[in-house]
Design a protein around this ligand. Structure first.
Ligand SMILES: O=C(CO)[C@@H](O)[C@H](O)COP(=O)(O)O
Ligand SMILES: [Co+2]
Length: 224
């Protein structure tokens, strides 16, 4: 699936499977799509770029037949350029990588595009958005981290909203179809704040997969 299928004004929920029950991953992923979440957020961690290890292409490949969702990979790895082909072969539709990773950013963007996937750039909370501005017309998504990458279940950082509105202002001039995704601590309340700031893709792990009333209710809360 192509990201151009989705409009940058459309509010999309991207459930992060980091908060799902790993012993029942296929059921969880099917449930998320049945709840009308059009994306699935895949947090890949290498234990080096961030102090945690999650899963890689072989798990994603097993999940691919379970869902028609847009597979939205978030690579928290030091050397993204070495794994782009593997994530493409696993069935990812999109890859977001970190500006702080050890790579030539433009080369990795080109590599992602060469496999027909869309490309996104993201940054840690302490990194300035000046590192991303020069690429805004070359990518399809910016992901603003609203927690330190590495773990789910952390508290939302309100102070990141300035980054969202500044990126939206720049994008209106150079790339109006740019999607802005936010990731970390998104729930019923914070979803309203990020949407007001100009984000349209909402990553939700805990608030989605661990919602006491289930995923359908989570989807409703995040989009209403
Ligand atoms: O990238 C990350 C964490 O590094 C996220 O995608 C989290 O998995 C989101 O989890 P919640 O904050 O929604 O629980
Ligand atoms: Co993420």
């Amino acid at each position: 699936m192509k990201i151009s299928t989705f409009d940058a004004n459309e509010i999309i929920v991207s459930p992060s499977i980091l908060a799902a029950d790993f012993a029942n991953l296929a059921q969880e992923v099917k449930g998320a799509y049945d709840a009308n979440a059009k994306f699935l957020h895949l947090d890949v961690m290498d234990g080096h770029f961030v102090p945690n290890i999650s899963f890689g292409p072989s798990v994603i490949a097993k999940l691919r037949p379970c869902s028609e969702a847009f597979f939205d990979a978030h690579l928290m790895i030091s050397h993204p350029q070495e794994y782009i082909q593997s994530f493409h072969e696993a069935g990812c539709d999109h890859i977001t990588f970190h500006v702080e990773s050890d790579c030539n950013i433009q080369e990795v963007i080109d590599q992602i595009h060469s496999y027909g996937m869309s490309a996104g750039l993201t940054l840690k909370p302490g990194t300035d958005i000046d590192s991303i501005i020069p690429y805004l017309d070359k990518i399809q998504m910016v992901l603003i981290m609203t927690v330190e990458p590495g773990f789910g279940g952390q508290s939302f950082m309100h102070e990141m909203m300035g980054k969202v509105s500044t990126i939206r202002e720049h994008a209106n001039k150079v790339n109006p179809s740019l999607h802005i995704e936010v990731d970390g601590g998104i729930n019923k309340e914070t979803s309203k704040i990020v949407r007001a700031a100009g984000a349209n893709i909402l990553v939700a792990g805990t608030a989605f997969f661990r919602h006491p009333q289930g995923m359908q209710e989570a989807q409703k809360e995040l989009t209403s």
